[in-house]
Ligand binder design. Structure first.
Ligand code: ZN
Length: 287
């Protein structure tokens, strides 16, 4: 029953989704803005208005505080906007290349059951512990176990095999990194869990991820059981700071499929039956 309350909340959120999109886009730009116009009182006021209208907009009519300001202008071809991922990129290797990562120890991975629906994306399964969801019934499949884990991606590890090598001066290059996440299926999760040798845990390791030779699925091997980034205390402190904004788990949670209400799921599933015409309409909406 608790689940249904949540679902209702989600529906509210969906109804007001159009409203919240704008403030969220602003929020992303906010840190930069703050740096350059730290003393601008106007900006602060604007943000207050946004949060206020969001709360009021939830379920009730927006009343007199409706924000009718125009959204930010944009030039075509803006790289930042095109590559925007909500601040947390998914780490996965290109075909034939390797990526090296370590799992962030301060945040446990999240798991959820999801359905991938062709041309629609990934959705959170609506099944409860007791019974399958409408999604499972209509799609004739169980929800797939999907796991998301926050990782440190060694961005300058050679893409050939993920192994750092000494340069001509006998030094291994200092680490360059990005905080990203890996999305794993059940098999990937098991493979990684089994990598740690006796006396070590998964978060002690540096892991190299490649495509399997078959081209289907990923392969994980241990690069070291003494993760490189954890050898340097200054770096550890820096990484901890970089992870701070993800510690509420919201970003990671959002990677585990789109959460929809029962009603919204019905609409998605109906459009599958309705055929190509509706699909193209949906594609337009996605723009
Ligand atoms: Zn389901």
């Amino acid at each position: 029953m608790v689940k249904f309350t949540e679902i209702d909340d989600e529906l509210d959120a969906a109804i007001t989704a159009k409203k919240t999109t704008e403030p969220e886009a602003k929020k992303v730009a906010e840190p930069e803005k703050k740096k350059t116009t730290a003393t601008s009182g106007a900006d602060e006021g604007e943000d207050d208005d946004d949060s206020q209208s969001r709360i009021i907009g939830r379920g009730n009519k927006p009343a007199a505080t409706y924000d009718d300001s125009i959204a930010d202008e944009l030039e075509w071809g803006d790289e930042k906007v095109m590559s925007r991922s909500g601040g947390l990129d998914r780490l996965r290797p290109e075909k034939g290349k390797a990526v090296r990562f370590a799992i962030i120890p301060w945040l446990k991975p999240l798991r959820a059951l999801t359905h991938f629906i062709d041309k629609k994306g990934t959705f959170r399964c609506l099944a409860t512990e007791d019974e399958p969801g409408l999604c499972c019934k209509k799609l004739a499949e169980d929800g797939q176990m999907t796991i998301a884990a926050l990782v440190l991606h060694y961005t300058n590890a050679p893409s050939k095999d993920g192994k750092y090598r000494k340069d001509e001066h006998g030094r291994v290059p200092p680490i360059e990194y990005a905080i990203e996440y890996v999305q794993l299926g059940q098999t990937n999760y098991r493979d990684i869990s089994e990598l740690a040798p006796e006396g070590k845990v998964v978060t002690d390791l540096d892991i190299v991820m490649t495509h399997k030779d078959s081209g289907i699925g990923y392969k994980f091997v241990m690069a070291t059981d003494n993760a490189r980034w954890r050898q340097n205390e200054t770096l550890v402190a820096e990484v901890k700071e970089a992870c701070a904004k993800f510690m509420d788990r919201k970003k990671l949670n959002s990677k585990l499929g789109k959460k929809v209400s029962l009603v919204e799921m019905k609409i998605v599933l109906q459009s599958l039956v309705a055929g190509a015409e509706d699909q193209s309409l949906d594609d337009v909406e996605m723009l």
